[in-house]
Design a protein around this ligand. Structure first.
Ligand code: NAP
Length: 341
């Protein structure tokens, strides 16, 4: 065996992360003690929440310490088991971070069946992002047949699932994405009813034209100028699951866009009886078994499609992650750390 390649947090970015905020090191591969398994990481998930972990100060989760391995969800193979519940060769979902080998005591592992679905999907459509879409849309958004559901980052891991689930529930799905290729994919492959490029100069007008009956559910993934265009179109009793605000993740803490807009927003929350509800997917953990069952069925029937953006090599993770925050990924971003066999 070779060495354990690890990507550490080297510095805390003040705005956009840069390559020097990360440091790639090689360490010895650890030995499993009794009750532990040694994991060989095959796939690493790169997700927007990791930007928050690079900041100091507690959010809904603890930050990564300077000099520590970057956090992240992974798919791994058990290389050596000293745990009664796992055998050498088992495939598992783990949370081992940006490294090529890791130890686990088993409590954080979920066994995966490579015959049931491609292993990488456990990080995307059949994993945390797919579940986020499912739970946030159905529990908070509650789309009804004929209603209009709008979602941005619509070609990505969460947004692509939101729009397709909305359509399964009989709603009209309007996607927002960056650039012609992503828009074509959202419309032609994912089957959204309409899609708007948020980089178009007349984006707000195009969005209004695509939502002639207003917006009943806005699944908030980005914030920024997308929120500004959506907000005036929200119908009475609209629901807004607030899932993510990626347009703001690189802003320094406390940064504000101009004057205080809260009074105006709150006035509309009141007068239009809006429900604006933030969530972190893990609060709906009890829905996961039903999600796995329903989503697997929708993939099998062709009602849900997905796209992965797979980048080879752990050493390329920093650059790929920086690109994710700029919209350079096209689909669920995954690093292939090692070959499956
Ligand atoms: N609450 C939770 O539990 C939870 C769980 C998972 C994810 N999330 C959130 O869900 C959102 C989507 O995550 P994901 O994993 O599916 O990512 P993703 O869509 O695969 O990738 C991020 C996408 O965001 C878009 N984007 C980036 N900057 C933007 C900007 N300034 N304005 C508009 N769009 C921008 C880009 O797409 P375009 O090129 O199309 O603009 C980019 O490709 C993120 O905000 C994430 O933090 C929340």
């Amino acid at each position: 065996m070779s060495k354990n390649t690890q990507v550490l947090l080297a510095a805390r970015p003040s705005e956009k992360p840069v390559p020097s905020d990360f440091r790639v090191v090689e360490t010895a591969i650890p030995e499993p003690a009794e009750g532990e398994v040694l994991l060989k990481i095959l796939y690493l998930s790169l997700d927007p929440y990791m930007r928050g972990r690079m900041n100091a100060g507690r959010s809904y989760a603890k930050p990564v310490e300077i000099g520590a391995v970057m956090e992240g969800g992974t798919v791994a193979r058990v290389l050596r088991s000293r745990h009664p519940d796992f055998s050498d060769g088992d495939f598992v979902l783990s949370h081992s971070g940006w490294q090529s080998y890791a130890l686990s005591r088993g409590t954080d592992l979920r066994k995966l069946d490579p015959a049931a679905a491609p292993l990488s999907t456990a990080l995307g459509i059949l994993g945390m992002p797919g579940f986020t879409a499912y739970a946030g849309l159905l529990t908070i958004g509650k789309p009804l047949p004929g209603e209009t559901v709008v979602v941005a980052a619509a070609s990505g891991a969460v947004g692509s699932a939101v729009g397709q689930i909305a359509r399964i529930k009989g709603a009209r799905a309007v996607g927002i994405a960056g650039g012609a290729d992503k828009c074509a994919f959202v419309r032609d492959t994912l089957g959204f009813d309409a899609v708007i490029d948020h980089r178009a100069p007349d984006f707000a007008e195009q969005l209004a034209a695509a939502c002639p009956k207003g917006i009943d559910v806005y699944f908030e993934n980005v914030g920024g100028h997308v929120w500004d265009a959506v907000f005036p179109l929200l119908n009475d009793f609209a629901r807004v699951p607030v899932c993510g605000l990626i347009a703001h993740y690189n802003q320094p803490a406390g940064a504000q866009a101009g004057s205080d807009r809260l009074p105006g927003v709150m006035r509309e929350v009141l007068s239009r009886s809006l429900l604006i509800r933030g969530f972190i997917q893990r609060e709906f953990a009890d829905q996961r078994p039903l999600f796995y069952q329903e989503m697997a069925g929708w993939i099998k029937s062709g009602e849900v499609r997905y796209r992965e953006d797979i980048v080879d090599g752990l050493e390329n993770a920093p650059e790929a992650f920086i690109g994710l925050l700029d919209g350079r990924n096209f689909g669920k971003l995954v690093i292939r750390v090692a070959a499956e066999n």
